[in-house]
Design a protein around this ligand. Structure first.
Ligand SMILES: Cc1ncc(COP(=O)(O)O)c(C=O)c1O
Length: 433
């Protein structure tokens, strides 16, 4: 209690400690307890004492409260976040209870480094049905989110002679930096209204891999066209390049049925990555990786040396949610919610006549609002952030940023209630004026 008071600045440096007897009276404890506490705090350096001068609070220890204060409002509009309040707690609890009560004793061991077989089988069926993927459960890895899948793939590519990876430009800075920080040379390739410009990929024979977001290009939101899909597959087969498909939000499409994944067209050269971070919650750290045999052994090997195996309880709970249809039901409910939120945002932006252009398809959890050329992206971003909206700037996603390209805002709408959307658009209006 006294330690906490000192640490949090309740008793500033230099404060003379009251005599032990008065503290004992105030707290209703014996004097011996207080003397012991003072001795302890003296030994730990919180207090200093000098014969005849008393005991006082040492400097350098006050106000160093390591606990963050919950004063700032939680950031909103961050792209990529689902509506965390929509997490299906009751369904997950039931699935988790089922998993725990039906697990065999062996399931509590290290298990298969590829993930529990029951989940791999359920996931393979699910991805076949919903994403048109061609997945063999034997060639699948359950990973701790797309991030871990990317890290494993980066390590496998980095161990080859072709340590170069082409990425879309603009792209998710997180995914791109992860590749660079694992030793790969990152090469940017422009994106247009049909997705990555396949013809502009430099020196394909020198590449180890190409990182793509075909269903909903991050951050522009465009769908990779059929022509570009074919061109990329041909390039990959000709030059023996791995296509990494980050299918991060492919479950959400609002204007038509979801477009099948690239991996379903070319399972021989494509690795499919996905996770429940957009559909359930990032906190689960549950994702999947499905790739060709040629890469499989090396990926499993990386998995073993980074993290022996995954978390069987969560995996089995997720398998149960898939098997019982609870996952599909949840995704349907969230799709409906996000469709409404996206429409609301688009309508509010149009009604406010802000001269911003909404780019990309009606899918995913974010949209790109291109700013008028006269408007400075950084100024708008700081103004929005001051209003509590953690919107991402398009320039943060660019590798090479030609100055003549207009700025843009990547707005995550999935976690924004309609009133927050209205507030955001009004704050944007003021920032642009
Ligand atoms: C482009 C992209 N890929 C993948 C992810 C998800 O990563 P993870 O599955 O590791 O949570 C995100 C999250 O924001 C993302 O923006």
């Amino acid at each position: 209690m006294l330690r906490e008071l000192i640490r949090t600045g309740g008793m500033p440096a230099g404060t003379l400690m009251p005599p032990s007897r008065s503290v004992a009276d105030a707290f209703g404890v014996s004097r011996g307890v207080v003397v012991t506490a003072y001795e302890q705090l003296l030994a730990e350096g919180f207090l200093l004492a000098r014969q005849g001068s008393g005991t006082w609070v040492a400097d350098s220890v006050t106000g160093a409260d390591p606990t963050p204060k919950p004063s700032a409002p939680p950031p909103v509009a961050r792209p990529g976040l689902p509506d965390l309040g929509g997490f299906p707690r009751t369904r997950w609890l039931a699935a988790y209870r089922h998993a725990l009560s039906t697990m065999s004793n062996a399931d509590f061991g290290y298990g298969d480094p590829r993930g529990h077989e029951r989940l791999r089988v359920e996931l393979a069926g699910h991805l076949r049905r919903t994403r048109g993927a061609v997945v063999d459960p034997e060639l699948m890895l359950v990973v701790n989110g797309v991030a871990e899948g990317l890290a494993l793939l980066a390590d496998v590519v980095a161990a080859t002679e072709r340590r170069r990876i082409a990425v879309e430009d603009p792209a998710s800075p997180g995914a791109r930096d992860l590749m660079a920080r694992r030793g790969l040379t990152v090469v940017g390739v422009p994106v247009d209204a049909e997705g990555i410009v396949a013809d502009a990929i430099p020196e394909p024979a020198q590449l180890g891999a190409i990182l793509l977001t075909p269903a909903h290009q991050y951050p522009t939101g465009v769908l990779l066209s059929a022509t570009r899909r074919r061109a990329l597959i041909e390039l990959a087969r000709t030059h023996d390049v791995m296509l990494i498909e980050d299918d991060y939000d492919g479950a959400f499409r609002y204007d038509r049925n979801p477009v099948g994944c690239l991996q379903g067209l070319a399972p021989d050269v494509t690795v499919l990555l996905g996770s429940v971070s957009k559909t359930l919650a990032p906190a689960l750290r549950l994702g999947w990786l499905a790739g060709p045999l040629a890469w499989h052994e090396r990926l499993v090997d990386r998995r073993v040396i980074t993290n022996l195996a995954g978390q069987a309880m969560d995996q089995l709970a997720f398998a149960h949610l898939l098997l019982t249809g609870g996952y599909d039901k949840h995704v349907r409910q969230m799709r409906h919610r996000y469709r409404l939120r996206r429409s609301h945002l688009v309508a509010e932006l149009a009604a406010a006549r802000l001269d911003v252009v909404v780019r990309g398809d009606a899918s995913g959890l974010h949209l790109l609002a291109e700013l008028p050329p006269r408007v400075d992206e950084r100024t708008v971003l700081s103004s929005l952030r001051l209003n509590g909206f953690d919107v991402q700037g398009l320039s943060e996603c660019r590798l090479g940023c030609p100055p003549e390209v207009p700025g843009g805002l990547i707005i995550g709408y999935a976690a924004l209630a309609p009133t927050s959307i209205t507030r955001l658009v009004s704050a944007l209006g003021k920032a642009i004026d």
